[in-house]
Design a protein around this ligand. Structure first.
Ligand SMILES: [Zn+2]
Length: 185
């Protein structure tokens, strides 16, 4: 990402003292002219699960919330403070699907932006390939409306909302996907 692409107007007040004398100070830094507080626009960690079943199908979830409500997604979410990525993945899969993870391995990462309540949130989406513990009755909950199992080569990338998730699914599915269906990457 280039510094020029950062939205420089998304913070208006100092989060420390509340002063409106709070402005970009070069790069990803904001600085308060009243109290001297510096704020750096860093990326928030998030996790995404590439869950594969015995038939080699990939699980995609349908988003119950904005942004991209109604579009497809991977299960996952933000990493909490004082939590590892692996812990976050296990927690999110339990919350969203009632699922227990049997095995996981790191796959790769991608970056994203969410506009949430008018505030731009930068994320680094960390993906793991997972297999679930057998026998659990999966039930969509939390910010997941439902889920589907799809053969990777059959996935239409345009039905996936987040560009970072689209990129991860495209990488996972490999050369079998038609790149002309991906408008962003
Ligand atoms: Zn201040």
């Amino acid at each position: 990402m280039t510094n020029e692409s950062l939205p420089q107007n998304f913070l208006h007040y100092c989060p420390h003292c509340g002063s409106a004398d709070f402005a970009p100070a070069g790069g990803k830094q904001f600085r308060c002219g009243a109290c001297g507080f510096s704020f750096f626009t860093n990326s928030a960690a998030a996790v995404a699960a590439l869950i594969v079943d015995e038939a080699g199908r990939l699980m995609l979830t349908r988003r119950a919330c904005e942004p991209w409500r109604g579009m497809l997604d991977l299960p996952g979410g933000f990493v909490d403070p004082d939590e590892s990525a692996e812990e976050a993945l296990r927690r999110e899969l339990a919350e969203e699907l009632g699922a227990q993870v049997a095995e996981m391995r790191y796959f790769g990462s991608s970056h994203n932006r969410y506009v949430f309540s008018g505030y731009t949130v930068f994320t680094t989406d960390i993906a793991f390939v997972c297999r679930l513990a057998p026998g659990a009755a999966l039930a969509a909950a939390d910010d997941v409306d439902s889920y589907v199992w799809l053969v990777p080569a059959d996935i239409d990338l345009q039905t996936i909302g987040a560009p970072s998730i689209r990129s991860l699914v495209r990488q996972f599915a490999g050369a079998g996907l038609n790149r002309k269906t991906d408008p962003d990457r």
